[in-house]
Design a protein around this ligand. Structure first.
Ligand code: AVI
Length: 284
């Protein structure tokens, strides 16, 4: 979960001309929302995992033909839930239930009754890419375990694109992604009583083609020692020694289908633009 500054920096990243994920996904949702709901007759529950600002969900649910749908928002952040609730409430008069919880716990709290229609779980923004492959697999398995056959999942996932484009997306010329990454040290200092000197670490993004992931690192610019009091550790860094802070996996279209099928989801619709895929899959 991002802290307040981290969330603001991430929102800024989403607006950068070099970071296409958010814009492309919004466009796909806008263009295909009717088709998505046409393919899913009798939806009575829409669950968004990781509500964020609610912007994407608002775009999607404008395609709902029925007003007989309850919206569930799941997020660990109370601020994100408030923001998303306001956004959804401002656009459509649908009942909203919030779950300030992890995805797994939130999903377990939503128990539509047998007489209810189908559930659509929405997991957008290529957040799936921040799990490593076993984690993504387990996560999809967890979603499948909490829905019934005939329920559906709408998954947004970023695809492999040329390495140079990926590096621009994760190491932008304005330095916003660098600030987002280095903010982790600010956070460790504040929350764990660390004494990182942020100026002594540089942001570095690497496209690891073999593992199909962009890796974000913070590289020590000099030999140094850092104390993180709350964890009771002293860490020594050599010059150029990295801290690996995040991975963002990029998929090939066939991997996405295989990953979903392994977890008993059948792809019933897929829309691709600018190396980004929006996939609708039904639980079998
Ligand atoms: C949230 N997540 C999908 C972003 C991504 O693209 O992996 C996080 C991010 N990190 C740096 N830029 C964006």
């Amino acid at each position: 979960m991002y802290d307040e500054l981290g969330s603001s920096l991430f929102e800024a990243i989403c607006r950068l001309p070099w970071y296409p994920i958010t814009r492309t996904e919004q466009h796909l949702l806008h263009v295909h929302r009717r088709t998505i709901f046409d393919r899913l007759a009798a939806i009575s529950t829409v669950v968004e995992l990781g509500a964020g600002s609610g912007e994407k969900l608002v775009t999607l649910i404008a395609g709902l033909a029925s007003r007989d749908v309850t919206i569930h928002l799941v997020d660990v952040s109370a601020a994100a839930l408030d923001k998303a609730t306001d956004a959804v409430a401002a656009c459509c008069a649908l009942p909203i239930v919030t779950h300030q919880a992890t995805y797994e716990v939130g999903l377990s709290e939503i128990r539509p009754s047998v007489s209810d229609g189908r559930t659509l779980v929405v997991f957008l923004g290529s957040n799936i890419g921040n799990f490593d492959p076993p984690g993504a697999d387990a996560f999809l398995g967890g979603i499948r375990a909490s829905v019934r056959p005939g329920d559906a999942l709408l998954l947004g996932a970023d695809l492999v694109r040329p390495g140079a484009e990926l590096l621009l997306a994760y190491d932008d010329p304005l330095g916003v992604t660098a600030a987002f990454n280095r903010n982790l040290l600010v956070r460790v200092n504040r929350e764990l009583c660390g004494d990182f000197d942020v100026n002594r670490f540089a942001h570095r993004a690497i496209w690891n083609a073999q593992e199909s992931r962009v890796e974000m690192h913070l590289v020590s610019l000099e030999q140094q020692r850092v104390r993180v009091q709350a964890s009771g550790v002293d860490i020594t860094f050599d010059v150029n020694e990295p801290i690996w802070t995040e991975s963002s996996y990029k998929y090939r279209i066939e991997d996405l289908g295989a990953m979903l099928e392994r977890r008993e989801f059948r792809v019933v619709g897929q829309w691709i633009e600018n190396n980004f895929a929006l996939t609708l899959a039904e639980a079998v």
